[in-house]
Design a protein around this ligand. Structure first.
Ligand SMILES: [Zn+2]
Length: 641
């Protein structure tokens, strides 16, 4: 006798046929194992048809009905067993089965699914990694993982074998959400004895970010609270005694407004990696910034001095504008400076005309790291459309997990810079020793360079003194608040140089033990670079006394004595420059000096003029004017004579 089992497999929700499932029919046997009767693969409308003969099943003598006891099992295209029908006892020649499946069943025996949202705005968060785990007595089992789609949805199928332990009957799933950097952003509670298809929705709450940042000779801790795309920075202001409460109140207002105007609502985080602006995105939210002036648990503590003074990340003054505060705020978020700094010749990028260069505008690149926390990317907010997604109030998140702010340290502690090369230092010491004792001539390539630079953009101070082994000395002084930008030169003779090398040796700077050298951004930092005999070594110090005290970084006596020697040489160059300036002023006076003096000094004057021009003391126009005057004087004499 021929038998037939046929039917359709359909979705329980909409009745649609499900194709491409493997259907296998069995005769259930009480004593031996089930007899396999035949198989088929469902067609486009979910149909299947299996035929078999009497010999294919074992009709036991005690079988009251005579026919096979049929069950049908279904496998999905991934080879996962997804369904088993209930038994049809004593089936006749033809059996029709209408199998309805929950769409989730297609995936497997068990699933955990849900949505991930921003806890503050309710916005769906895309492209986040969700991992499902089974909470086990001893060792949690990883059930599977998925990435949220543009609607924040994830779905993770798993099987009994994925979680079943010695004592476990039901799974106890929980889920974790991570970004691509591996940071856990939230995790759900455990759903003990969960049903096979469990829904776990999550909301990402506030993340306290604290991260070590290191750039050139600067090192600091970026710290802020990130709630989705909303950044909160708590700042405690500690005014000096001579700063009044009224002044502090005014400054608070000025700085808060300045920072928020500069940073807030210009950029958004969005899902679509190819988006150029929010106009290209269906899922974005604007980045907003909130400065909170607090008296407890601050992210950053800022001293307020009476200004004008040089400002660094944590020492502000009463003359600081909202623009300066916005620059220092950028450091608090972890951004390095982007101005050219004589102490940091390898800095890149520089001269970017952004808030980190000249206190002006924030650009996309500078907020990218904030969006990256959410695996999103930063785009400018298109001003062509009304940014309505911001106005959608927080969704009701019924099953969302409300999780208190979690503490993170993101990023490792970067290297504290290269350790000084002690071998290099030994060789530098040997050369210095020999030159100081006149056992060898200093090389023309030797250089001793003293750089002091610091201050926020607009109030930069930079000085650079370079003494070369051939005796030439160049000094450049830039003091933005004072409007000074001068250059001066002088020359040292062999004895002067020997004396300087002797002072370097006596200072013991080359055998000094060094502490870490990381200073707050915009601090006034001094570097002394000694390059002799082709070897180079550099020393760093905080050049401002108050900053040394505030940052607990006293000046080493060895550095202080070298600095004193170099300052004397700089003073000499400045005095020479002043003399030259005076001579120049004298020369350029409309009333002419004594004929004889002028006549004898004319070639000298031309030479010193051209020297001043070369050093940048005289502008091209000034030089040209002075030269013309000199030459016309000469001509005048000629015609008279
Ligand atoms: Zn700075």
């Amino acid at each position: 006798m021929a038998y037939r089992v046929y039917g359709r497999v359909r979705r329980s929700d909409n009745g649609q046929g499900i194709s491409n499932l493997t259907v296998r029919a069995y005769d259930v046997d009480w004593i031996s194992s089930d007899d396999f009767l035949g198989s088929d693969v469902t067609d486009a409308v979910g149909g299947f048809d299996i035929s078999f003969d009497e010999e294919d099943f074992d009709a036991g003598w005690f079988d009251p009905e005579g026919g096979p006891d049929i069950i049908v099992r279904l496998w999905n295209s991934g080879g996962r067993l997804i369904h088993q029908t209930s038994e049809r006892s004593g089936a006749g020649a033809t059996t029709y089965l209408d199998i309805r499946l929950n769409p989730l069943d297609l995936l497997g025996e068990y699933t955990v699914s849900g949505r991930v949202r921003d806890g503050r705005s309710g916005r769906s968060l895309c492209d986040l990694n969700v991992e499902a785990w089974d909470d086990d007595f001893i060792w949690d089992d990883r059930l599977g993982a998925d990435r949220t789609d543009i609607n924040g949805a994830y779905l993770i199928p798993y099987e009994r074998a994925d979680f079943e332990g010695l004592f476990e009957g039901d799974p106890d799933p929980f889920v974790k959400v991570r970004n691509d950097a591996g940071r856990e952003l939230t995790r759900s509670s455990t759903r003990s004895g969960a049903p096979p298809h469990t829904v776990i929705d999550l909301a990402i709450g506030a993340v306290e970010v604290s991260r070590s940042v290191s750039e050139c000779v600067y090192g600091w801790t970026a710290a802020y609270r990130q709630e989705g795309t909303h950044i909160v920075v708590r700042i405690q202001l500690n005014p000096d005694d001579d700063v009044t409460d009224a002044e502090v109140a005014t400054l608070r207002n000025l700085w808060e407004t300045g920072i928020q105007n500069k940073w807030s609502s210009h950029f958004a985080c969005c899902c679509e990696s190819g988006a150029k602006t929010t106009a290209d995105s269906n899922n974005w939210r604007s980045l907003t910034f909130d400065v909170q002036f607090v008296t407890t648990s601050p992210h950053h503590t800022v001293r307020i001095r009476r200004g004008p003074m040089r400002t660094n990340m944590t020492t502000w003054d009463t003359s600081d504008t909202g623009d300066v505060a916005s620059h220092e705020f950028g450091h608090m978020l972890g951004l390095p400076d982007e101005y050219a700094d004589a102490n940091c010749p390898n800095r890149s990028p520089v001269n970017t005309a952004t808030v980190m260069d000249d206190n002006t505008e924030v650009i996309e690149r500078q907020v990218e790291h904030l969006c990256q926390l959410l695996n999103e990317n930063a785009v400018p907010i298109s001003r062509l459309i009304f940014p309505f997604p911001d106005l959608i109030a927080g969704w009701a998140i019924t099953r969302a997990e409300r999780i208190p702010a979690m503490q993170y340290r993101i990023g490792g502690d970067p290297e504290m810079g290269d350790e000084p090369d002690m071998k290099q230092r030994r060789e530098v010491r040997r050369v210095i020793h020999d030159v100081a004792r006149a056992k060898r001539e200093p090389s023309g390539k030797d250089r001793i360079v003293h750089v002091v630079s610091g201050g926020a953009p607009g109030e930069r101070f930079e000085s650079r003194l370079e003494v070369r082994g051939n005796g030439s000395v160049d000094l450049h002084l830039l003091d933005e608040p004072a409007g000074i930008d001068e250059r001066a030169t002088t020359a040292l003779d062999t004895q002067d140089l020997q004396h300087l090398y002797g002072e370097l040796e006596a200072s013991q700077i080359l055998v000094m033990e060094e502490a870490g050298r990381r200073f707050l951004p915009d601090s006034l930092v001094g570097t002394i670079t000694i390059e002799v005999g082709g070897k180079e070594t550099t020393f760093y110090y905080l050049a401002d006394e108050e900053e040394r005290r505030d940052q607990a970084s006293p000046m080493r006596p060895q550095i202080a004595s070298v600095k004193a020697a170099l300052d004397r040489i700089a003073g000499r160059a400045q005095r020479r420059n002043e003399e030259l300036q005076e001579r120049l002023a004298e020369r350029l006076k409309p009333e002419r000096g004594e004929e004889t003096t002028r006549r004898t000094s004319a070639p000298d004057e031309l030479e010193s003029l051209s020297e001043l021009h070369g050093k940048g003391v005289l502008s091209d126009e000034e030089f040209e004017a002075a030269r013309r005057r000199l030459l016309s004087d000469e001509n005048g004499e000629d015609s008279e004579g």
